[in-house]
Ligand binder design. Sequence first.
Ligand code: GCV
Length: 840
Amino acid sequence: MNLRQVVRSFVLSLLIATVAARAETGAEGWLRYAQLPALAAALYENAPRQVYVCTRTSLAENAASELMRGMHSLLGRQMTLTSKLPDSGAFLLGTSDELHAILPGLAPPALPSSESFSISTETVSGHHFWIIAGGSDRAELYGVFRILEQIAQQHPLSAVTETPASSIRWVNQWDNLDGSIERGYAGRSIFFDAGHVRSDLSRVADYGRLLASVGINGVTVNNVNSDLRTLEPEMIQELARVADALRPWGVRMSLSVDLSSPQVVGHLATFDPLDPSVAAWWQSKVNEIYKAIPDFGGFVIKADSEGRVGPSKYGRTPAEAANCVARALKPHGGLVLYRGFVYNNHLDWQDLKADRARAGYDNFQALDGKFEANVVIQIKHGPIDFQVREPVSPLFAALQRTSQAIELQVTQEYTGQQRHMVFLVPMWKTALDTDLRAQNRATPVKEIVEGKSFHQPLGGFVGVANVGLDANWLHHPMAMANLYGFGKLAWNPDLTTEQIVRTWTRLTFGNDPNVVSTIDDLQSNSWHAYEQYTGPLGIGTLTNILGVHYGPGIESAERNGWGQWFRGDSQGIGMDRTVATGTGYIGQYPPELARVYESLTECPDDLLLFMHHVPYTHVLHDGKTVAQYTYDAHYAGAATAATYPQRWQRLKGLIDPERYDQILKLFTYQAGHAVVWRDAVDQWLQRISGIPDGHGRVGHFPGRMEAESMQADGYRVVEADPWESASQGKAVVCERPMGCSLTTVLDRPAATYSIAAEYFDLRNGVSHFQLRLNGKSIAQWLADDKLPPAVVDTNLDGSTSTRFTVHGVSLKPGDVLTLEGIPDGEEPAPVDYVELQPEP
Ligand code: GCV
């Protein structure tokens, strides 16, 4: 080793020791500011040690403390905040005018918006200044976070000027006042408990900091299925405390409101938006809010959707409703984000022309141009509901005289509920980059929602985040990349997936090249893998849509009023949305794109079953039939998930033990659950299509011993519901408090095997399992995982099916393998199968 290598390896071991010594809860997210190794820190040797803030607003002061906190943590450097312009060099924070006033020699660049910032270095009279100029004090904070992000990645600092692509960069939280969160998978609400705002709002302030660091400037704190008490005077006073906690981070609070509030809260006889008493009520309510919360952001409105009341009750349009509320907000600068998610969930499934995907366009297109200037239509990126793959909503192209925001879902409702790693940025990029070709010209979705394509005054991004009280905010440490990525895209939708994931990984797990490349790789392909083992070809996620939207529940989407149909029968599969023979949905797109989707040969395969109904023998662009492609995709996706634990294990020692163990556990779980998905969908497809898997895998599991075929002591056979969520449709349950067992005499060739037990982990009990080989215990575990659903689900189904694997077991013919289960509470130690797999 030469000297350089010695120094490198010393620095590396120091770094590893530092990393290993930190107890990590994940609470800091990507703002860990982990101390840099000495060599890297030397890069910033000349950085000033003093900070001067031109105007001491609370936001600017917060920016200064963040800078000092970050510099101290990253570089071990004590910083001082000076109240006098130092003559020995300093970080200077201020608006361009303020900076120019204190140092007339300075010429910070002109900033295009109040949220723009620039970072530069200047030498004045021999003194070195690092200038963070903001269009406002909020933007100074953004500049500070950008500097710290560069240092944390060990990048040299360079001059930069940035402006966010759009002004609306909000998150929505679907938090209920009782403290639960609709589609929240990381604990209870940070805002509410037992009908009130929490007394301790420290997590809210921490959340504000995280959000500000990626440029988010608004949080809607309560569920779009809004509690009718939200606008009660006492609640407004309580909510003002939440706004206070967010304000130092430049994050404005907004509220979801129910349109019946004038009646329910205001005791009026009506909530008809055209009734003058209703308009007056909104005006006085809004005035009351601004008195308590001067920087209030506005309202999000869900109406005429999924049981919420709306203007249709009075024969009024969404525009009339939105405008009534918007006029009240206008004098205060507040906004209405009216959701485009308006549809009928009692559709006639037998009507082949009925189509939920049409609803957004059908309800809003004719209203284009009829909204007040402070109304923004908040549109989910796809026309259905955050499925693993959807085309973009045609409504984006249809509204050309109305401001729009795209709604993306950070919380992984249909995408694995933060038990599966699914990095959503590639999916969002696909949507944002889709060129709708409105007016036969380039109109990518990102430019439409920025307000650029159709010259609209407002526009932006809304992410349904649903962080909870879990220390690490979203339960799966990898899921934080989605929150981070959402913020980054809202700021700049032109960033690439690679740029986003790379930066997130470095900030979250450090700069070790091995760590960075492994995690980037894992994350980058995870959406594709999840799509493969859940719902490929645009069919929809195939989860149980009538339940918790988590595990497989394939036919729950069919034959009901919810309209998430894929119309699978013995002849074929897919929704015919063509203009020629189907629902006509495709005709809602501008002609150039409609032509591509309408054509069976040109329609991209990954949207095929969203757009067309085809026989299972239809041949795709890669030459495979729909049936074979589906079988293969499920096997490929599950095989990818199976690599996650091993790939992660290669990072042992390079990641702190807390997050290492937590992620390994989650990856092991995901690898098992991907098999549940694979087998459920493939078994179902084989039965409905009558077409066998060309590779003979589906339904044939050479290493698998079905629980119902093993010799049972006390276990009783039950049917799984839906049948495909258990192997061969059956499982066993134990109702004897002392326990039951399943035994088999092995006849496999002598070798080393992994033994997997597939069981069902329900929430209402903690069963105990034990595996014995020739009477000797080789593993035991508790069915104590807190799997989704967060609500108690007593079903043996695809959501609760779980795998425990013991590796490296030497087996020989004649060995006796026994699985014992002891039930607990209402959980009858249920088992699906035991599977042996040879191991190298
Ligand atoms: C908040 C889907 C979700 C609902 C959600 C709704 C919406 O239907 O399953 O939980 O309600 O979307 O976005 O309003």
